[in-house]
Design a protein around this ligand. Structure first.
Ligand SMILES: Nc1ncnc2c1ncn2[C@@H]1O[C@H](COP(=O)(O)OP(=O)(O)OP(=O)(O)O)[C@@H](O)[C@H]1O
Ligand SMILES: [Mg+2]
Length: 274
């Protein structure tokens, strides 16, 4: 059973002549444990798609299932973790309070999860992850008592990622989580995310504007085009893991980058012609 399944999903904002078709006939099936990236020009509906899978917005057409239940049910069972583009940490709580908050609320989530049956499928333990250990691994060991305003943007982003992983979500949705970071911080966070993903076997749906980031991280890259927002290509990245910095020296890595850039250009051209 797929971890995420969208079929014929449509979403329109507004009415009449000013209506904007944010998503048109979107179909996507993601198997458990896959790392899938969405890439495409601004306005092609990437965030809309993510919000619909997260249950934050409803599709106008089509069906969306997360482990064969609705996004709302999946959220209530804490199957979904969401890292928005800006971290949205609670400003009055220190780092440790922020990252442990999801574990404290909605205490009946574990029983809902069991009803949905995912924990058994994944063979994962039912104990809560050690948040201190995760914070230390994310380089935030010295920052646990600091408030978000005392952290750099990259540190806030890492705290948001740790918080999302703390839920042990089956499906982790991330909307351009590294876009505002410098190159070194970004690469280090990519490493940390890949390590955590490998350890926790989470399904990841990841939005990025960076072609090299998409190739490095993903099992599959989904290329989207705007007006109307739609999927135009799925590209499987057949490169060995773990994918460390040495990958950048490999010819095949750059061939994938070229292929995706080419598909993105086609997506633009098809839009202009429309
Ligand atoms: N709440 C909203 N009300 C009206 N229109 C919206 C709303 N949210 C998104 N849109 C429109 O839907 C389209 C898709 O937006 P979306 O944010 O999903 O794009 P995106 O691919 O994430 O873009 P970006 O790369 O710039 O983040 C855009 O044309 C946008 O203006
Ligand atoms: Mg967006």
């Amino acid at each position: 059973m797929p971890a995420v399944e969208l079929s014929s999903v449509g979403k329109v904002y507004g009415y009449g002549p000013s209506a904007m078709v944010a998503l048109n006939d979107v179909g996507l099936s993601i198997e458990p444990g896959r790392f899938v990236s969405l890439i495409g020009p601004s306005g092609c509906g990437k965030s809309t798609l993510l919000r619909i899978v997260a249950g934050l917005e409803a599709a106008d057409r089509g069906t969306v299932r997360v482990h064969d239940v609705s996004p709302e049910e999946a959220c209530a069972a804490k199957l979904i973790g969401f890292v928005p583009q800006s971290p949205a940490l609670l400003p009055w709580l220190p780092v440790l309070g922020n990252v442990t908050l999801p574990q404290k609320i909605n205490r009946d989530a574990p029983s809902r999860r069991e009803r949905i049956g995912q924990l058994a499928d994944h063979g994962r333990g039912k104990t809560q992850p050690d948040m201190m250990a995760l914070l230390i691994r994310a380089g935030l060991g010295d920052a646990i008592h600091k408030l978000p305003a005392q952290l750099s943007g990259g540190m806030q982003q890492r705290a948001a990622i740790v918080r999302a992983f703390g839920l042990q979500p089956d499906v982790l949705l991330m909307d351009e989580p590294f876009s505002a970071l410098d190159e070194f911080t970004r690469e280090s966070l990519q490493d940390q995310l890949l390590d955590l993903w490998d350890e926790l076997k989470t399904t990841v749906l990841f939005v990025t504007h960076s072609v090299s980031e998409a190739v490095r991280m993903s099992d599959t890259v989904v290329v989207m085009a705007p007006r109307p927002g739609r999927i135009v290509d799925l590209i499987d990245i057949d490169l060995p893991r773990p994918r460390n910095q040495r990958l950048f020296e490999e010819r095949r890595f750059h061939e994938y980058e070229d292929l995706i850039r080419d598909r993105l250009h086609s997506a633009w051209r098809s839009t202009d012609a429309a």
